[in-house]
Design a protein around this ligand. Structure first.
Ligand SMILES: Nc1ncnc2c1ncn2[C@@H]1O[C@H](COP(=O)(O)OP(=O)(O)OP(=O)(O)O)[C@@H](O)[C@H]1O
Length: 263
């Protein structure tokens, strides 16, 4: 049944119920429940291969569910069409396509999805400049994306998603390949998004500078949710629970640090 606009406003922005999905012949999601409510910042955590990327790819329709239910903004996935309400930054891709384009052009391309008739008006251009500034990319705005470092690419892709001014922003490991100083820049950008009421679903390996922003953590293990609640404590700068983690300076025979939930 279709919700009325008032009912839809009360419903989770993301509601995934009993979701199962396979990649090849491998079952990767095995009954995942994940709800994200309006204005929440949710971290999706788990060891390598636990199914985090697959879960967010299922949410944006890139991986079909074999069972279970998905609704977005209170609308069943099959009827959902309002993709401009959602920004998605996939894991480790590049902003370069081989086609010469400047940073500003790539960020503007994100905004086109929201503009009328593919024409960028004053408000669209302002959103592009704001996103560039938020990610500290103004000085690169006229540079070719083919000449950027990996971390700079990542910031361009995030700026492109922010330029859309989405109500829901989904990011798969946004901090990957971003140096510490720019992690702070990114954390500030996301803090601003949160203050504006944007709903955020972030796949993370460690909370790092994003820790103060996180309202709730959902932890996956082998395609199942094993924790849904406050972020596990004392995860600090280390990988989260269960992420086997050996320090480079640890003794040879040291046991990997296992902090419980995910191991
Ligand atoms: N194209 C594919 N075909 C078959 N199996 C795949 C494919 N892509 C991923 N997998 C497997 O699915 C499982 C879940 O992968 P996924 O990328 O969702 O995990 P993740 O939790 O995001 O891991 P990471 O932290 O390493 O990014 C892994 O075991 C992975 O090997």
């Amino acid at each position: 049944m279709q919700s009325t606009p008032a009912q839809a406003a009360d419903q989770p922005v993301i509601s995934l119920r009993g979701a199962t999905a396979s990649l090849g012949s491998r079952p990767v999601l095995r009954g995942v429940d994940l709800s994200v409510h309006r204005g929440e910042v949710v971290a999706l955590l788990g060891a390598n291969g636990s199914g985090k990327s697959t879960a967010v790819r299922a949410v944006v329709g890139q991986v079909p569910l074999t069972d279970g239910e998905l609704s977005l903004f209170g609308t069943d996935f099959k009827r959902f069409r309002s993709w401009s309400r959602i920004g998605y930054v996939p894991q480790r891709t590049t902003a370069a396509s081989g086609v010469p384009a400047t940073v500003r052009e790539v960020v503007s391309a994100g905004r086109l999805a929201r503009s009328r008739f593919g024409i960028l008006r004053k408000a669209d251009k302002a959103a592009v400049e704001r996103a560039l500034a938020l990610l500290g990319m103004e000085e690169y705005a006229s540079s070719s994306v083919n000449a950027l470092s990996g971390g700079q690419h990542q910031r361009v892709l995030i700026a492109r998603a922010l330029a859309v001014e989405p109500e829901l922003l989904i990011m798969d490991e946004p901090m990957a390949g971003v140096d510490l100083a720019n992690q702070e820049v990114l954390a500030n950008a996301l803090r601003e998004q949160k203050a504006l009421g944007t709903t955020l679903l972030l796949v993370l390996h460690e909370l790092g500078p994003l820790e103060p922003l996180i309202d709730r953590a959902v932890v996956l293990r082998d395609g199942c949710v094993v924790h849904d609640g406050p972020p596990p404590e004392a995860v600090g700068q280390h990988a989260l629970p269960g992420h086997d983690h050996v320090h480079p300076h640890a003794a040879h025979d040291a046991e990997p640090l296992r902090t419980g939930l995910l191991s």
